[in-house]
Design a binder for this molecule. Sequence first.
Ligand code: GTP
Ligand code: MN
Ligand code: MN
Length: 607
Amino acid sequence: MTATDAPATTGTSHAKLQAWVDEVAALTTPDRIEWVTGSDEEWTALTNKLVEAGTFVRLDENKKPNSFYAASDPSDVARVEDRTYICSVDEKDCGPTNNWMDPEKMKDLMRGLYKGCMKGRTMYVIPFVMGHLEAEKPMFGVEITDSEYVVASMRVMARVGDKVKARIEELGDDAKYVPALHSVGAPLEDGQADVKWPCNPEKYIVQFPEERTIWSFGSGYGGNALLGKKCYSLRIASVMARDDGWLAEHMLILKLISPEQQVYYVAAAFPSACGKTNLAMLKPTIPGWKVETLGDDIAWMRFGKDGRLYAVNPEFGFFGVAPGTNEHTNPNAMSTINKGNSVFTNVALTDDGDIWWEGLENTPAHATSWKGEDWTPDSKELSSHPNSRYCTPIEQCDILADEYNDPNGVPISAILFGGRRKTTVPLVTEARDWLHGTFMGATLSSETTAAATGAVGVVRRDPMAMLPFIGYNAGDYFNHWVNLGKDADATKLPKIFYVNWFRRDDEGGFLWPGFGENSRVLKWVIERIEGKAAAIETPIGHVPTPESLDTDGLDMSDADLEQALSVDAEEWKAEIPQIEEWFAKFGDNLPTQLQVELDGLKARLGL
Ligand code: GTP
Ligand code: MN
Ligand code: MN
């Protein structure tokens, strides 16, 4: 069949949306067009098709019901930051931390790539909404993709389908949606057999911030291809947030319940693969404290009428790092995925139809690695890619907070910033105020991980854990943070803290046991907010006195604890030139308030 004799299975009465779909179809020439409905029958048909194509392997129904294993092309395993562009009209609006190309030039170039790129494939149109359909202003998107893997994953990660489409149609011209175009860039000639994981060596992940549109080409990997997630909910949404006075952040949201049944909501920004999903589903080790989850990756935060900052999670699923996840580190994630309805990418496949990864219990004697090779515990290579992921419905999480379903979100009491640092950064530091907290966020540093392609373990600045996700000039983004604090009632703003679970001892081991034990840090945070816990004032902020941190039953030496909490002036002095170099990038766009904060820190360090 050719594109001309293959009409769309359905269309839309929304003329503008239909015109865009027609335009894309004319350019990409798919064999078929299908509108994603979100129905169960559709899931069955899609997953059957993926199994037939060899992209999916169906897992054992008794172990992981309605779940699938996928292995990507070895070249397509992570976000590609060097191929990601913010194509603002004006280069200065993209800023020094993003790649830029003139939008018209980029479109010309990409139209060339998109031309005929869906030949031999089905073009899917996915109406979706990030956040709640019932929100005052629903945040619609429509993703066009030629990848069944993307459709299946989007169905898990976002609210999609007929209901969303009907609402867009109802709103007509008032419906604001982000058009998001994706292709794996692997057209099929007549009779050409498909590969398990089609993709293209040439990749572009492009945001057009003024138009609020996304064009993605060449990759099937989550962060590059599930366009509702990083591309929309962070890059495009951060631009919307700048213009409308809110925040789109790379943050988990959790609900903390004290033994006295006091409820607190905490948001936390850590760079990719630095512990958000783990903290979001934390199982506290201290008696009487309880954690419930609202989100593990993205928070949209707006000021409520009462002056407090309210957060919602725009997503509908978890797209979590698999390795290291187990019954000890994250029992709640394990229980969520064990209920099934999940997709596992680049983990190992066991001989009995289950999945396995490094760090999971019950190491199999033999498995098939993510590269499709034989794997045994003696193998030199890892069974699973370090950035292998599970994709699972959030509603299956046993500890999902009821407030997840509230379109207005939850009022945040504390914001944590954190990174992966072997040295220098103490377990927890409290900022003096919003501005100081903004400085902490703006200078946040972390060792790079496998979540993006490139070297691993290199210390880089990752402001607010948003380095790869700020959709505009990062200097303007800092200014936005400063201004939100300036205009708000300071007594109602969340308190800001800086945490580091990853400090090492002299032998290279982690000083702090982390995971469930991080509840001790959360408790200190809450007690600081309540004015109950002691702290030492240091040049970088307030850190706990060893006695103020609840260490009852903690298996850790006093010396290690002291080391984990210590502020070493020499280490911090060494940090200053790096911060200065970082700030210098922003020139006039750096808010003067942050320069004043840096000068204050230097003075306190005696520099
Ligand atoms: P993205 O989903 O990529 O944004 O990352 P994330 O921030 O959700 O990362 P995640 O929670 O999946 O953490 C990934 C890595 O951090 C795994 O290797 C975990 O084992 C490790 N990790 C998480 N929490 C802790 C902790 O408290 N201590 C230590 N030592 N490691 C941790
Ligand atoms: Mn993330
Ligand atoms: Mn995560």
